[in-house]
Design a protein around this ligand. Structure first.
Ligand SMILES: [Zn+2]
Length: 95
């Protein structure tokens, strides 16, 4: 049985008027995960952080740079190529 793949997106807010590069010119993130909670954990391993304003990392007036993802941010696998500027993290394939 194969589990349906789910991809969760994280769109970076340009808090303070600038974006932070994640990797190789990628500023936004998509991670493959089984749940939004898992996606949020994987994102944090990629340099994403939440509660940036509260922690004094982000501009108060612009808001947090990153927000946690949810089921509303699920992207279809066949649409991934439309997401320019997104770093895509796939799960390791285990057999
Ligand atoms: Zn601001």
């Amino acid at each position: 049985m194969t589990q349906e793949k789910k991809f969760y997106s994280f769109r970076q807010n340009n808090s303070g008027g600038f974006f932070k590069e994640l990797e190789n010119g990628m500023f936004h993130l998509i991670v493959e995960a089984n749940s939004a909670q898992e996606a949020n954990e994987i994102a944090q391993e990629q340099g994403v952080y939440f509660n940036g304003c509260e922690d004094g990392l982000d501009c108060e007036c612009c808001g947090d740079r990153w927000y946690t993802t949810s089921e509303y941010n699920v992207v279809n696998e066949d649409e991934l190529s439309d997401y320019d500027g997104y770093l895509i993290i796939r799960k390791d394939v285990k057999t």
